[in-house]
Design a protein around this ligand. Sequence first.
Ligand code: PLP
Length: 375
Amino acid sequence: MQRPFNFSAGPATIAPEVLAQAAAEMLDWPDASGRHSGMGVMEMSHRGKEFQSIYEQAEADLRELLAIPSNFKILFMQGGGLAENAIVPLNLSALRTNAGAQGVADFVVTGSWSDKSQKEARKFSQVNIAANSQADGFTNIPDASTWKLSTQASYVHLCTNETINGVEYHALPDLKALGSDAALVIDFSSHVASRTVDWNRVGLAFGGAQKNLGPAGLTLVVVREDLLGHAMSICPSAFDYKIVADNQSMYNTPPTYSIYIAGLIFQWLKRQGGVAAIEARNIAKAKLLYDAIDGSGFYVNKVHPDCRSRMNVPFFLHNESHNDAFLTGAKAARLLQLKGHKSVGGMRASIYNAMPMEGVVALVNYMREFERTHG
Ligand SMILES: *Cc1c(COP(=O)(O)O)cnc(C)c1O
């Protein structure tokens, strides 16, 4: 029997083929030629040849999928997106001062995640808020031409997909053209691998894995080589990007099982046709859902159409007294985890890479039927 469709914002749904393969290999992982290791992946030394081959394949597949240039390092870390809110300033804020001193970082605040990031960065750097859309209820992205970038900033931080507010950048800013020499840092936790990335504009990208890349516990960092080696002297060694890079992410034990599952997801993505193909599917899925919301007098999404997220779609029932009935009926229709984030309310459908078009069709059909019976 087909599993229910799971719209969780994270940890989120994973393609059933990936889970089935992991289950089949749980007790005894076979290598690519089918030779049995006699061990599950969780039980392997991270330095043994079996896990090394898993690691190298995952890294190579990710580099290919995201077209990551050779002058960028791929780091597999721990701590999640929230730890990166501290790790990034510890590594980058002193780029333009010296390793002991705090530097300046610019933040564009477009939702809950970028707001959390700037608050954490204040512990390790001076923070300049270049723009903030809070007054608009985080429903838009202030035009880059209006950003008040600081001339001393080491980096500019954006959250390129605001998971809670449903706001996504559909193009990255060209900081040089805006008069800034800073490196662009993007938190791409909740839309990594859902679309192509313009690496010419990026200095560092980070993301937790549990939205689009697999289980919690793995944090991906992609960093341009010239940004390594500038960490503040108080930066913990395990979080110093240069030390992590020099040790191929094995300065300490990496999250081996999460890397293995992410690797299976990278291979699944390649079978889907790669990131450009999945992006086309994501565009079609998002259009179907937004069109259904906009075309009804019953549901509403408040985000400005040109920055609506393809991954996270918050929506409200005009008559909020129907919220509980909507969620109960959704569960009965095998549509799970649609409740909105507590800070926003309403509903949220997260439609990551692993959500098939049939899941969105089922959701839209349910929404129409609910409107017919409650409208
Ligand atoms: C989920 C998420 C995070 C936080 O990740 P944790 O792994 O919980 O620390 C950070 N940023 C964004 C945009 C997210 O969606």
